[in-house]
Write a protein that binds this ligand. Sequence first.
Ligand code: P6P
Length: 322
Amino acid sequence: MGNAVKLSTFLEANTNIDLAKLILSLAEGCKIIGRLVNNAGLSGIIGTTGDTNVQGETVQKLDDLSNKILMDYLRASETCAGYLSEENEGIATLNQNGKYIISVDPLDGSSNIDVCAPIGTIFNIYERLSGAGDVSDADFFQKGMETKAGGYVIYGSSTILVFSTSNGVTGFTLSTEDNDFYLSHPDMKMPEKGKIYSLNQGNTEKFGEGVKNFIAYCTMVDKETSRPYSLRYIGSMVGDLHRNLIKGGIFIYPANKGEKKGKLRLLYECIPMSFLTEQAGGKATDGTQRILEIQPTELHERTAIFIGSKNLVEKAEEFLKG
Ligand code: P6P
Protein backbone atom coordinates (compact mmCIF):
# COMPACT_ATOMS: atom_id res chain seq x y z
CA MET A 1 0.00 0.00 0.00
CA GLY A 2 2.92 2.35 -0.68
CA ASN A 3 3.27 5.12 1.91
CA ALA A 4 -0.36 5.05 3.06
CA VAL A 5 -0.70 5.58 6.83
CA LYS A 6 -1.63 2.42 8.75
CA LEU A 7 -4.12 2.62 11.64
CA SER A 8 -1.45 1.41 14.06
CA THR A 9 0.96 4.15 12.96
CA PHE A 10 -1.74 6.81 13.31
CA LEU A 11 -2.70 5.62 16.79
CA GLU A 12 0.93 5.49 17.99
CA ALA A 13 1.32 9.12 16.94
CA ASN A 14 -2.04 10.41 18.20
CA THR A 15 -3.04 8.59 21.39
CA ASN A 16 -1.71 6.71 24.41
CA ILE A 17 -0.59 3.09 24.24
CA ASP A 18 -3.53 1.66 26.23
CA LEU A 19 -6.18 3.36 24.09
CA ALA A 20 -4.26 2.44 20.94
CA LYS A 21 -4.22 -1.24 22.01
CA LEU A 22 -7.95 -1.14 22.71
CA ILE A 23 -8.85 0.44 19.35
CA LEU A 24 -6.54 -1.95 17.47
CA SER A 25 -8.15 -4.95 19.22
CA LEU A 26 -11.59 -3.60 18.34
CA ALA A 27 -10.46 -3.12 14.72
CA GLU A 28 -9.20 -6.71 14.56
CA GLY A 29 -12.56 -7.98 15.80
CA CYS A 30 -14.37 -5.84 13.24
CA LYS A 31 -12.24 -7.32 10.45
CA ILE A 32 -13.63 -10.74 11.41
CA ILE A 33 -17.17 -9.38 11.59
CA GLY A 34 -16.77 -7.77 8.17
CA ARG A 35 -15.69 -11.09 6.64
CA LEU A 36 -18.66 -12.88 8.26
CA VAL A 37 -21.03 -10.20 6.93
CA ASN A 38 -19.58 -10.49 3.42
CA ASN A 39 -19.90 -14.30 3.44
CA ALA A 40 -23.19 -14.45 5.32
CA GLY A 41 -25.14 -15.83 2.38
CA LEU A 42 -22.76 -18.78 2.00
CA SER A 43 -22.17 -19.73 5.62
CA GLY A 44 -25.72 -20.27 6.82
CA ILE A 45 -25.46 -17.43 9.34
CA ILE A 46 -28.16 -15.26 7.80
CA GLY A 47 -31.39 -15.18 9.75
CA THR A 48 -32.31 -15.22 13.41
CA THR A 49 -31.29 -17.24 16.44
CA GLY A 50 -34.92 -17.50 17.48
CA ASP A 51 -34.13 -15.45 20.61
CA THR A 52 -35.00 -11.87 21.53
CA ASN A 53 -32.50 -9.53 23.22
CA VAL A 54 -32.93 -7.32 26.25
CA GLN A 55 -34.53 -4.76 23.94
CA GLY A 56 -37.19 -7.31 22.99
CA GLU A 57 -35.76 -7.34 19.46
CA THR A 58 -35.23 -10.45 17.35
CA VAL A 59 -31.57 -11.50 17.52
CA GLN A 60 -29.90 -12.09 14.17
CA LYS A 61 -27.31 -14.90 14.19
CA LEU A 62 -24.69 -12.31 13.18
CA ASP A 63 -25.67 -10.05 16.14
CA ASP A 64 -24.81 -12.88 18.50
CA LEU A 65 -21.60 -13.83 16.69
CA SER A 66 -20.43 -10.21 16.46
CA ASN A 67 -21.03 -9.69 20.17
CA LYS A 68 -18.99 -12.78 21.09
CA ILE A 69 -16.14 -11.80 18.73
CA LEU A 70 -15.89 -8.30 20.19
CA MET A 71 -15.89 -9.62 23.78
CA ASP A 72 -13.06 -12.03 22.93
CA TYR A 73 -10.91 -9.44 21.13
CA LEU A 74 -11.48 -6.71 23.73
CA ARG A 75 -10.68 -9.16 26.56
CA ALA A 76 -7.42 -9.94 24.75
CA SER A 77 -6.56 -6.23 24.61
CA GLU A 78 -5.98 -6.30 28.41
CA THR A 79 -6.76 -2.56 28.52
CA CYS A 80 -10.56 -2.91 28.34
CA ALA A 81 -11.98 -3.36 31.84
CA GLY A 82 -15.69 -3.32 31.10
CA TYR A 83 -18.10 -4.13 28.28
CA LEU A 84 -21.70 -3.03 27.67
CA SER A 85 -23.53 -4.31 24.61
CA GLU A 86 -26.96 -4.02 23.05
CA GLU A 87 -26.92 -7.82 23.04
CA ASN A 88 -26.18 -8.30 26.77
CA GLU A 89 -28.61 -7.49 29.60
CA GLY A 90 -25.86 -6.43 32.02
CA ILE A 91 -22.26 -5.23 31.91
CA ALA A 92 -19.27 -7.59 31.83
CA THR A 93 -15.82 -7.23 33.38
CA LEU A 94 -13.18 -8.23 30.81
CA ASN A 95 -9.92 -7.18 32.54
CA GLN A 96 -9.90 -6.26 36.24
CA ASN A 97 -6.95 -3.89 35.77
CA GLY A 98 -8.07 -2.37 32.47
CA LYS A 99 -8.14 1.42 32.21
CA TYR A 100 -11.07 1.80 29.83
CA ILE A 101 -14.66 0.66 29.40
CA ILE A 102 -16.57 0.31 26.13
CA SER A 103 -20.23 0.43 25.07
CA VAL A 104 -21.03 -1.21 21.75
CA ASP A 105 -23.78 -1.95 19.33
CA PRO A 106 -22.01 -4.96 17.80
CA LEU A 107 -23.98 -4.99 14.56
CA ASP A 108 -26.29 -2.01 14.14
CA GLY A 109 -28.94 -2.36 11.45
CA SER A 110 -28.50 -6.13 11.36
CA SER A 111 -32.03 -6.63 10.01
CA ASN A 112 -30.52 -5.25 6.77
CA ILE A 113 -28.05 -8.16 6.43
CA ASP A 114 -30.48 -10.20 4.31
CA VAL A 115 -30.86 -7.32 1.84
CA CYS A 116 -27.15 -6.44 1.66
CA ALA A 117 -27.62 -2.86 2.90
CA PRO A 118 -24.85 -1.09 4.89
CA ILE A 119 -24.63 -2.10 8.57
CA GLY A 120 -22.06 -1.35 11.24
CA THR A 121 -20.42 -1.66 14.65
CA ILE A 122 -20.82 1.42 16.88
CA PHE A 123 -18.57 1.99 19.90
CA ASN A 124 -17.92 4.49 22.68
CA ILE A 125 -14.97 4.42 25.10
CA TYR A 126 -14.67 6.02 28.56
CA GLU A 127 -12.00 5.76 31.22
CA ARG A 128 -13.32 3.60 34.07
CA LEU A 129 -14.25 5.56 37.20
CA SER A 130 -13.69 2.65 39.58
CA GLY A 131 -9.99 2.01 40.35
CA ALA A 132 -9.62 -1.73 39.67
CA GLY A 133 -11.51 -5.00 40.03
CA ASP A 134 -15.00 -5.58 38.65
CA VAL A 135 -16.62 -2.68 36.78
CA SER A 136 -20.00 -1.32 37.92
CA ASP A 137 -22.95 0.24 36.14
CA ALA A 138 -21.79 3.60 37.54
CA ASP A 139 -18.67 3.36 35.35
CA PHE A 140 -20.98 3.52 32.33
CA PHE A 141 -23.28 6.30 33.61
CA GLN A 142 -20.96 9.04 32.33
CA LYS A 143 -22.14 11.91 30.15
CA GLY A 144 -21.12 11.68 26.49
CA MET A 145 -18.81 14.67 26.89
CA GLU A 146 -16.49 12.34 28.90
CA THR A 147 -15.94 10.17 25.81
CA LYS A 148 -12.26 9.28 25.16
CA ALA A 149 -12.89 7.66 21.78
CA GLY A 150 -16.02 7.02 19.77
CA GLY A 151 -17.03 5.96 16.30
CA TYR A 152 -18.14 3.13 14.06
CA VAL A 153 -17.08 0.59 11.47
CA ILE A 154 -19.37 0.55 8.43
CA TYR A 155 -19.64 -2.71 6.46
CA GLY A 156 -20.76 -1.41 3.09
CA SER A 157 -19.28 -1.20 -0.40
CA SER A 158 -16.06 -0.98 1.61
CA THR A 159 -15.26 -1.47 5.29
CA ILE A 160 -14.36 1.86 6.89
CA LEU A 161 -13.43 2.63 10.51
CA VAL A 162 -14.45 6.21 11.38
CA PHE A 163 -13.59 7.52 14.86
CA SER A 164 -12.41 10.41 16.98
CA THR A 165 -10.25 10.65 20.11
CA SER A 166 -11.28 14.33 20.58
CA ASN A 167 -8.94 15.67 17.91
CA GLY A 168 -11.25 15.67 14.90
CA VAL A 169 -12.63 12.73 12.88
CA THR A 170 -10.56 10.32 10.78
CA GLY A 171 -11.52 7.43 8.49
CA PHE A 172 -9.52 4.27 7.71
CA THR A 173 -10.45 1.91 4.88
CA LEU A 174 -9.78 -1.83 5.15
CA SER A 175 -7.49 -2.90 2.31
CA THR A 176 -8.62 -6.05 0.47
CA GLU A 177 -4.96 -6.52 -0.50
CA ASP A 178 -3.37 -6.94 2.93
CA ASN A 179 -6.39 -6.78 5.28
CA ASP A 180 -5.06 -3.75 7.15
CA PHE A 181 -6.79 -0.41 7.85
CA TYR A 182 -5.23 2.59 6.04
CA LEU A 183 -5.93 6.33 6.36
CA SER A 184 -8.44 7.22 3.63
CA HIS A 185 -10.51 10.09 5.13
CA PRO A 186 -8.23 12.56 7.00
CA ASP A 187 -9.98 15.31 9.04
CA MET A 188 -13.62 14.55 8.12
CA LYS A 189 -15.95 17.56 8.39
CA MET A 190 -19.76 17.42 8.42
CA PRO A 191 -20.98 19.90 5.74
CA GLU A 192 -22.60 22.78 7.66
CA LYS A 193 -25.45 23.05 5.17
CA GLY A 194 -27.27 19.88 4.19
CA LYS A 195 -30.02 19.03 1.68
CA ILE A 196 -30.86 15.53 2.89
CA TYR A 197 -33.30 14.60 5.64
CA SER A 198 -33.34 11.06 6.96
CA LEU A 199 -36.15 9.57 9.08
CA ASN A 200 -38.84 6.92 8.87
CA GLN A 201 -41.48 9.16 7.32
CA GLY A 202 -43.93 6.27 7.48
CA ASN A 203 -44.29 7.09 11.19
CA THR A 204 -45.38 10.70 10.55
CA GLU A 205 -48.79 10.26 12.13
CA LYS A 206 -47.06 9.20 15.40
CA PHE A 207 -44.78 12.27 15.49
CA GLY A 208 -45.37 15.49 17.43
CA GLU A 209 -46.45 18.69 15.62
CA GLY A 210 -42.91 20.13 15.63
CA VAL A 211 -41.48 17.15 13.73
CA LYS A 212 -44.44 17.13 11.34
CA ASN A 213 -43.89 20.84 10.63
CA PHE A 214 -40.16 20.27 10.04
CA ILE A 215 -40.97 17.49 7.56
CA ALA A 216 -43.37 19.88 5.78
CA TYR A 217 -40.54 22.47 5.69
CA CYS A 218 -38.17 19.92 4.12
CA THR A 219 -40.69 18.99 1.42
CA MET A 220 -41.72 22.60 0.55
CA VAL A 221 -40.60 24.05 -2.83
CA ASP A 222 -38.24 26.98 -2.26
CA LYS A 223 -35.43 27.52 -4.78
CA GLU A 224 -33.55 29.97 -2.52
CA THR A 225 -32.98 27.28 0.11
CA SER A 226 -32.65 24.40 -2.41
CA ARG A 227 -35.88 22.83 -1.16
CA PRO A 228 -37.47 20.31 -1.38
CA TYR A 229 -34.64 18.39 0.31
CA SER A 230 -34.10 14.75 -0.58
CA LEU A 231 -35.35 12.00 1.71
CA ARG A 232 -32.79 9.21 2.17
CA TYR A 233 -33.41 6.50 4.77
CA ILE A 234 -31.58 3.16 4.85
CA GLY A 235 -32.99 1.97 8.17
CA SER A 236 -29.43 1.50 9.41
CA MET A 237 -28.15 4.32 11.62
CA VAL A 238 -24.51 3.78 10.63
CA GLY A 239 -25.38 3.89 6.91
CA ASP A 240 -27.54 7.01 7.24
CA LEU A 241 -25.05 8.86 9.44
CA HIS A 242 -22.00 7.94 7.32
CA ARG A 243 -23.76 9.34 4.23
CA ASN A 244 -24.69 12.53 6.11
CA LEU A 245 -21.14 12.93 7.47
CA ILE A 246 -19.88 12.98 3.90
CA LYS A 247 -22.73 14.71 2.04
CA GLY A 248 -24.42 16.70 4.81
CA GLY A 249 -27.96 16.19 6.10
CA ILE A 250 -30.01 15.51 9.21
CA PHE A 251 -30.97 12.16 10.75
CA ILE A 252 -33.97 12.11 13.07
CA TYR A 253 -35.40 9.40 15.30
CA PRO A 254 -37.90 11.34 17.43
CA ALA A 255 -40.02 10.36 20.37
CA ASN A 256 -43.38 9.23 19.06
CA LYS A 257 -46.72 7.80 20.19
CA GLY A 258 -45.34 4.26 20.20
CA GLU A 259 -41.84 5.06 21.50
CA LYS A 260 -42.01 7.70 24.25
CA LYS A 261 -38.21 8.21 24.25
CA GLY A 262 -37.59 7.25 20.66
CA LYS A 263 -35.98 3.96 19.68
CA LEU A 264 -32.23 4.53 19.62
CA ARG A 265 -30.08 3.75 22.66
CA LEU A 266 -28.20 6.53 24.40
CA LEU A 267 -25.00 4.82 25.51
CA TYR A 268 -23.99 2.78 22.45
CA GLU A 269 -25.74 4.47 19.53
CA CYS A 270 -26.57 8.13 20.21
CA ILE A 271 -23.59 9.19 22.35
CA PRO A 272 -20.88 7.79 20.02
CA MET A 273 -22.57 9.17 16.92
CA SER A 274 -23.11 12.55 18.61
CA PHE A 275 -19.50 12.70 19.85
CA LEU A 276 -18.26 12.01 16.33
CA THR A 277 -20.73 14.48 14.75
CA GLU A 278 -19.71 17.32 17.09
CA GLN A 279 -16.02 16.53 16.46
CA ALA A 280 -16.78 16.88 12.72
CA GLY A 281 -18.48 20.27 13.25
CA GLY A 282 -22.08 19.06 13.30
CA LYS A 283 -24.73 19.15 16.03
CA ALA A 284 -26.70 16.51 17.98
CA THR A 285 -29.59 17.07 20.39
CA ASP A 286 -32.58 15.23 21.80
CA GLY A 287 -34.67 18.19 20.68
CA THR A 288 -34.00 20.23 23.82
CA GLN A 289 -30.40 19.52 24.98
CA ARG A 290 -27.06 18.27 23.62
CA ILE A 291 -26.97 14.49 23.56
CA LEU A 292 -23.50 14.70 25.15
CA GLU A 293 -24.95 16.52 28.19
CA ILE A 294 -27.60 13.90 29.00
CA GLN A 295 -26.88 12.15 32.32
CA PRO A 296 -27.34 8.38 31.68
CA THR A 297 -29.21 6.50 34.44
CA GLU A 298 -29.94 3.15 32.75
CA LEU A 299 -27.69 0.92 30.63
CA HIS A 300 -30.15 0.53 27.77
CA GLU A 301 -32.03 3.79 27.99
CA ARG A 302 -33.25 5.37 24.78
CA THR A 303 -33.38 8.96 23.59
CA ALA A 304 -34.84 10.98 20.77
CA ILE A 305 -32.11 12.26 18.44
CA PHE A 306 -31.75 15.06 15.89
CA ILE A 307 -28.21 14.84 14.48
CA GLY A 308 -26.24 16.17 11.51
CA SER A 309 -25.47 19.42 9.70
CA LYS A 310 -25.71 22.38 12.06
CA ASN A 311 -28.10 24.40 9.84
CA LEU A 312 -30.61 21.57 9.62
CA VAL A 313 -30.50 20.59 13.31
CA GLU A 314 -31.01 24.25 14.29
CA LYS A 315 -33.90 24.57 11.82
CA ALA A 316 -35.51 21.44 13.30
CA GLU A 317 -35.05 22.89 16.81
CA GLU A 318 -36.94 26.02 15.69
CA PHE A 319 -39.93 23.90 14.71
CA LEU A 320 -39.69 21.83 17.91
CA LYS A 321 -39.81 25.01 20.00
CA GLY A 322 -42.97 25.87 18.07
P1 P6P B 1 -37.03 1.88 12.10
C1 P6P B 1 -31.74 -0.58 13.33
O1 P6P B 1 -32.65 -1.52 13.88
C2 P6P B 1 -31.87 0.70 14.14
O2 P6P B 1 -31.52 0.46 15.48
C3 P6P B 1 -31.02 1.80 13.53
O3 P6P B 1 -29.86 1.32 12.94
C4 P6P B 1 -31.94 2.44 12.52
O4 P6P B 1 -31.65 3.79 12.28
C5 P6P B 1 -33.32 2.27 13.18
O5 P6P B 1 -33.22 1.16 14.07
C6 P6P B 1 -34.40 2.00 12.16
O6 P6P B 1 -35.63 1.95 12.89
O7 P6P B 1 -38.07 1.96 13.19
O8 P6P B 1 -37.09 3.08 11.18
O9 P6P B 1 -37.02 0.57 11.34
